[in-house]
Design a protein around this ligand. Structure first.
Ligand code: HEC
Length: 225
């Protein structure tokens, strides 16, 4: 018993030694080669850095939910950015008018509430932000595809949608009325040509004021949250 008990650790060590030496050979082949380490100077990239920066707008997969404080004011750029992101990510269910009649809903998906309803007009921008982050009911989280700052932009655009839905055309100022009358009527799915990673202003189908669901940005900037 005593001698057998000693033999096993020896055998184990022998196997370990052999496997380490084999592993060492592999490592020598693949690991020990001419290459740059993270912080090495690079002669290849113009800025001299080996490490690359993430592409602008990258959403970190590890922690996409680091909260961004609510911007103090809504700018026209923010609304337009939100318009673009909303059209990409929210219209399939919520519809471009925010009435909950998106294309998926028309084919049987549970219908979201109408953003123009009294209840939805009362929810805070924070609730919209949180719903995008965590999802709600049948709506899945959009945290992995809508960056935190864009969640506020979308919330501001939903406010614009809500405002536009309550406005009587007859109450518009003449200049705004003229813009509305001259705006081209979009075909139903025109917004789907927007590329998900297109920069602000790169929308091909929708320029500010051409969508009857949105008020021109100029009238948005004074809006609350
Ligand atoms: C796959 C369909 C789908 C998509 C895409 C979707 N939603 Fe929803 N959303 C729903 C449904 C369904 C509900 C109702 C959930 C419930 O109350 O059970 C809902 C509810 C909501 C609510 C109401 C939350 C509340 O407090 O009652 C908000 C706000 C909202 N969605 C915002 C968004 C935004 C912004 C986007 C785009 C970033 C989006 N949704 C994308 C289906 C969707």
């Amino acid at each position: 018993m005593g001698s057998g008990g000693r033999a096993q650790p020896c055998l184990f060590l022998a196997v370990l030694a052999v496997s380490l030496s084999l592993g060492g050979c592999k490592r020598a082949n693949m690991y020990s080669q001419a290459k740059s380490d993270n912080w090495d100077r690079s002669n290849f990239f113009p800025n001299g850095q080996t490490m690359r920066l993430p592409v602008a707008g990258t959403v970190p997969r590890a922690e996409p939910n680091v909260p961004v404080a609510q911007p103090a004011v809504i700018t026209a750029e923010m609304v337009e950015r939100g318009h673009q992101r909303y059209n990409i990510f929210c219209t399939p269910c919520h519809g471009r008018a925010g009435d909950g009649q998106g294309i998926i809903v028309q084919r049987g998906f549970p219908q979201p509430p109408d953003f123009a309803s009294d209840q939805m007009r009362r929810i805070s921008a924070q609730t919209i932000y949180d719903t995008i982050t965590y999802g709600r009911g049948a709506m899945y989280s959009h945290a992995d595809r809508v960056a935190p700052a864009d969640r506020w932009a979308i919330a501001s655009y939903i406010r614009a949608l809500q405002l536009s839905r309550g406005v009587a055309v007859a109450s518009l100022a003449p200049a705004e009325r003229a813009k509305l009358d001259n705006a081209p009527v979009e075909p139903p799915e025109a917004n789907s040509v927007v590329q998900p990673d297109a920069p602000i202003g790169a929308t091909t189908a929708t320029a500010p004021g051409t969508n009857r669901n949105s008020l021109p940005p100029a009238t948005m900037s004074g809006g609350g949250q």
